[in-house]
Design a protein around this ligand. Structure first.
Ligand SMILES: [Zn+2]
Length: 303
């Protein structure tokens, strides 16, 4: 009996099947520095200097990882929640936020808001308890902390679930993953709304039903691809979207854009094959999400 038994089965997308080998070995190939984020410890310390509890947690983290933090560093904090102390859980939450925000200047203020909520202890402890018991939908619906929306609390869920080897694994669902899912769906006849709802600038809205469908489908797809757990696919999708975002802003040695598509008022054109791809909406330019979608649909820029 699994919580996924009554969920609609979504077939493994072709794109993922074609990249099965890469997905299967994605963490081995990335090595111990997989998913590294640089951050400025002094900015975080300054923000929390008046809160001695958080300040202590923070010093513990910044002493060990002074300028960058990786996925596996955060996993080492997840191991420390096993004895059940609240301090361990709070530290894991903080480590997740530092990792999740990296150099993003919104990180400190949002994390401060979450960490100063009177219900913090109750919310974090209850979430851990529920995830350990595979009550993921309940954990999702019950996680209410100012400054910490689904894109971030699913990071906390992931590390807790990973530590306790929960199946289906609660996975990170942030705007990068959502962007990639949108692209995947465009070739498969389903829309992103199956898994996630997004608002302005790709902001992830609360949607527990979609989240459950997401973790169940990813669990199925991971099995089909022969992966031990579904975080391989989550990391793959995240990485693809992030790489594309970077490539969009870069030029090669000859000054040509890495992504050979130009976007202007009249439309988007491929510089390599000359194809006209699409027009912008009247009166609106191309947003980053739209640009990414066009690039993905155009054969991942290798026409
Ligand atoms: Zn082309």
């Amino acid at each position: 009996m699994s919580i996924c038994d009554n969920m609609p089965k979504i077939p493994l997308p072709r794109y993922l099947r074609e990249h099965g080998d890469e997905i299967q070995h994605i963490f081995d190939n990335a090595g111990k520095n997989a998913d590294t984020w640089h951050y400025d410890a002094s900015v975080w310390q300054k923000e929390f200097k008046d809160n001695s509890e958080v300040s202590d947690d923070l010093s513990e983290i910044t002493k060990k990882y002074p300028d960058r933090i990786t996925r596996s560093h955060v996993q080492s904090y997840a191991r420390k929640i096993r004895p059940g102390s609240y301090q361990g859980i709070r530290r894991l939450f903080l480590a997740c936020m530092i990792w999740g925000y990296g150099p993003d200047p919104n990180g400190q203020a949002n994390t401060k808001l979450a960490l100063s909520a009177p219900r913090l202890k109750a919310v974090l402890e209850k979430s851990v308890e529920r995830i350990k018991n595979t009550q993921i939908k309940k954990a999702y619906e019950g996680f209410e902390l100012a400054g910490c929306g689904p894109a971030f609390f699913t990071k906390f869920f992931y590390f807790v679930g990973h530590e306790y080897q929960i199946k289906p694994l609660p996975l990170i669902l942030d705007s990068h993953v959502a962007n990639f899912l949108r692209f995947l769906g465009s070739g498969e006849g389903w829309g992103l709304s199956l898994f996630a709802k997004t608002g302005l600038k790709g902001y992830i809205k609360r949607y527990s039903k979609g989240y459950m469908q997401y973790i169940c489908s990813m669990d199925n797809w991971a099995k089909e691809l022969g992966c031990y757990a579904a975080d391989n696919i989550e990391y793959f999708m995240y990485k693809k979207d992030k790489e594309l975002e970077k490539a969009l802003g870069e030029v090669d040695g000859e000054g040509n854009p890495e992504v050979p598509i130009i976007f202007h008022r009249d439309g988007a054109y491929c510089l390599k094959c000359g194809a006209f791809l699409t027009s912008p909406e009247p009166g609106v330019g191309f947003t980053l999400d739209k640009i990414k979608g066009i690039v993905w649909r155009h054969g991942c820029y290798d026409c």
